[in-house]
Design a protein around this ligand. Structure first.
Ligand code: NDP
Length: 300
């Protein structure tokens, strides 16, 4: 018996995207400027190429000014830093995104720290991390995947999450930690679990909200999750799927989806859950960055 509500990330992302397109037009009408996004790709990692193409395409579809810089894998660190300096001072660029991972000879944190915090639309600069953790989210740029996950939660549970118990499984700087900070800022009681957590099933079972950001296919079993819980599955894992044909693959999350359907309250599918939100939140951050740099009032 299925009781779980499916959280339709595609539909929610489409509605957020429509709102961004409208606000971008308003911005242009008011200032003559389009939100400007520069995406920098170093090397030829196929997954990164797909992500960068889709970011560039979405920005163009929304009427943003979008610039793509594709650099060879052997680009010297100094040349990448010089490009970032140029983008930092370009008045038509409001957001800079350096696609990760970078080739091994480049110091990733040095690159991320050079991006001006106001243009750091990935939200990875220590200033933005600090603002988020200091409870000053309204002045920060927030990492896209956790921000999108929070919107999915609010569209499912309502705007007030206060008092709910939340477990975030995973403590990466990109997903787990900022997700926990966002939930704490919403006055949830937050537990962060990771690879050293003892009795993970018991920790998860106690939660009203479970956010899985582990990167291990279907590691979190249905029986670990409490009745009526809301599950946000951030994981994207590609598995071989010979049943679909030779060489075919399929995507699964970090949660054993089918095992949850008879007892959880709501759950995101993979694909079609968190994934579509991430890119839309990048556009939202670019718009926010543009409004701030152009001296317009904050979006609420
Ligand atoms: P990381 O590999 O950086 O972090 C994984 C985290 O999971 C670590 O904190 C690790 O703990 C923890 N972990 C690993 N094994 C276990 C275990 N057995 N039990 C409990 N915790 C464990 O991954 P990311 O945060 O970057 O990404 C997580 C997933 O989200 C991936 O599948 C990724 O593809 C996906 N993703 C999806 C996005 C989207 O748009 N939907 C965007 C970004 C990521 P420890 O710190 O102790 O090692």
């Amino acid at each position: 018996m299925t009781q779980a509500t499916l959280i339709d990330g595609k539909a929610i992302a489409a509605s957020v995207r429509e709102e961004i397109g409208r606000r971008a037009q308003e911005l242009q009408a008011a200032t003559g400027k389009r939100p400007g996004l520069a995406v920098v790709l170093v090397g030829e990692d196929p997954a990164s190429q797909v992500y960068v193409r889709s970011k560039d395409r979405t920005a163009n579809e929304l009427g943003f000014h979008s610039v793509k810089h594709t650099l060879p894998a052997d680009t010297a660190e100094a040349d990448l830093l010089a490009l970032i300096e140029t983008l930092n001072t370009d008045p038509d660029i409001h957001g800079i995104l350096v696609q990760l991972p970078l080739p091994g000879h480049i110091d990733e944190s040095k690159v991320l720290r050079l991006i001006r915090p106001e243009k750091d639309v990935d939200g990875f600069h220590p200033v933005n991390v600090g603002l988020l953790n200091a409870g000053e989210r309204d002045h920060a740029l927030v990492p896209c995947t956790p921000h999108g996950s929070l919107i999915l939660l609010k569209r499912t549970l309502g705007a007030d999450l206060s008092g709910k118990t939340a477990v975030v499984v995973g403590r990466s700087n990109i997903v787990g930690k900022p997700m926990a900070s966002l939930l704490l800022a919403e006055s949830c009681t937050v537990t962060i679990a990771h690879s050293r957590t003892r009795n993970l099933p018991d920790v998860i079972r106690a939660a009203d909200i479970v956010v899985a950001a582990v990167g291990r296919p279907e590691m979190i079993r249905g029986e670990w999750i409490g009745k009526g819980a809301t599950v946000i599955d951030v994981g994207i894992n590609r598995l071989p799927a010979p049943e679909l044909g030779e060489g075919k693959t399929r995507l699964v999350g970090d949660v054993a989806f089918d095992e949850c359907l008879d007892h959880v309250g709501a759950i995101t599918p993979v694909p079609g859950g968190v994934g579509p939100m991430t890119i839309v939140m990048l556009m939202a951050n670019t718009l926010t960055a543009a409004r701030r740099q152009l001296g317009l009032p904050e979006d609420k």
